[in-house]
Design a binder for this molecule. Structure first.
Ligand SMILES: Cc1cc2nc3c(=O)[nH]c(=O)nc-3n(C[C@H](O)[C@H](O)[C@H](O)COP(=O)(O)OP(=O)(O)OC[C@H]3O[C@@H](n4cnc5c(N)ncnc54)[C@H](O)[C@@H]3O)c2cc1C
Length: 371
């Protein structure tokens, strides 16, 4: 076996597909390989590799902070069923990996049932590792008909974030409404806490969503989505991919588009390094996933996350107003891509210059504010 991928989430499956397409013999290990993903995965359409299956694309995307901003990008919701599919050549093993060992020529993975599998390389795509005190994105969403969502979004529209606060909240932490079309005449309306350490409780988000929607005359349904995942995942030492490899964008929480884009690059690096043995393959994967510029960009974004976490809650919409006032190419540099060090620095500089003195101090010296 050339490659074993542990974890069959969007990242693991993208890598398995790419490896199989590159002619590598590939195995996927997951405790529940047939389980459907229930999360709604969205991404900027321009971040997705050509041919990515999508359910719906919004062509009119807005953000509301102190005022409304139009964002000149399309936003897509991924087709989970099609992203879940694998080529017939892939071996799928139902099991939980408990230990991985690496040698100069290859790696082995031990499963909970005692099975041992060997390959030139074992890649961990098992999702973000559980940690204490992590910064988390949390959200509570409801799915309503497009007709019922009309007060928020019309056909082809999406609201990336609406920072106007709902009438009722029990905590000061600011949240926003995220509204995206799912295709099939359905719309997801989600009250979201971008990042908080620890994550804002889901109960608080549910209460806010109800209060916000009641004010808009929209009735939530029983179809709901619960979101909770860490955004400050540390870079691992092991050979990893997806959220396990800290591919989660610290400012947005997104990782799926990055995993989809990187998967063929990782597969190509494996093909190239395979004749040189397991150690070379592991090094090649690490180099693709974390190039020096990607590390620098990630560091800047982690710094941005800490600044945001330390912001006085009532000033967060002001911060996003500055953000969406920036030229589109700087917004894009900060939100998308992993290698544009100059662009990310330029975006941070522009944001700093556009900010009030009070905000500038917070951006440079993040001091946690009392909640
Ligand atoms: C509800 C929700 C909505 C989200 N929305 C978006 C979004 O719109 N856009 C976006 O980019 N991101 C989104 N995210 C964040 C993030 O991108 C997702 O968490 C994404 O699922 C990460 O993909 P992954 O494949 O790296 O890891 P995961 O999806 O966590 O998959 C990990 C897989 O590994 C398996 N596994 C774990 N441990 C083992 C083991 N020991 N042995 C074998 N298998 C194992 C798990 O069973 C799972 O199948 C969302 C997250 C949630 C929870």
């Amino acid at each position: 076996m050339d490659v074993i991928v542990v974890g069959g989430g969007p990242a693991g499956r993208a890598l398995v597909r790419a490896c199989a397409d590159a002619g590598l013999s590939t195995t996927l290990v997951d405790p529940h390989p047939d389980r459907r993903w229930t999360a709604t995965y969205g991404a900027w359409a321009d971040e997705l590799p050509a041919g990515t299956p999508v359910l719906a694309t919004a062509t009119d995307v807005r953000a509301v902070a102190l005022r409304e901003h139009r964002i000149d990008r399309h936003y897509a919701v991924l087709d989970n069923l099609r992203l879940h599919e694998l080529p017939g050549s892939v071996t799928v093993v139902a099991g939980k990996a408990v230990r991985t060992a690496h040698g100069p020529h290859g790696s082995t993975v031990a499963l909970a049932d005692g099975t041992r599998l060997a390959a030139s390389v074992v890649v961990n795509a098992g999702g973000a590792p559980p940690r204490r005190r992590c910064a988390e994105q949390t959200a509570f969403g409801t799915v309503v008909s497009a007709e019922d969502a009309r007060a928020v979004v019309g056909p082809g529209e999406a609201v990336l974030m609406d920072w106007r606060q709902p009438p009722h909240a029990e905590q000061r932490w600011p949240t926003f409404l995220y509204a995206i079309p799912l295709g099939d005449d359905r719309v997801l309306l989600e009250e979201t806490s971008l990042a908080r350490r620890p994550g804002l409780p889901l109960r608080e988000l549910q209460l806010r969503l109800r209060s916000r929607l009641a004010a808009l005359g929209v009735r939530p349904t029983s179809a709901h989505e619960l979101v909770r995942f860490p955004v400050d995942v540390p870079r691992p030492r092991s050979v990893a991919f997806g959220a396990a490899a800290a591919l989660v964008h610290p400012a947005t929480g997104y990782s799926v588009a990055t995993s989809l884009r990187l998967a063929p690059e990782v597969a190509a690096a494996v093909v190239d390094a395979l004749p040189r043995g397991g150690e070379a393959v592991r090094a090649a994967i690490r180099d693709v996933v974390w190039s020096p510029s990607a590390k620098l960009v990630h560091l800047c974004r982690r710094r941005g996350l800490e600044a945001l976490l330390a912001f006085p809650p009532e000033r967060v919409p002001e911060f996003f107003d500055s953000f969406f006032r920036m030229p589109a190419h700087l917004q894009r540099a900060y939100l998308s891509g992993r290698d544009d060090v100059t662009g990310v620095y330029a975006a941070m500089g522009a944001l700093f210059l556009d900010s009030s003195w009070g905000m500038r101090r917070r951006l440079v010296l993040p001091v946690p504010s009392p909640r």
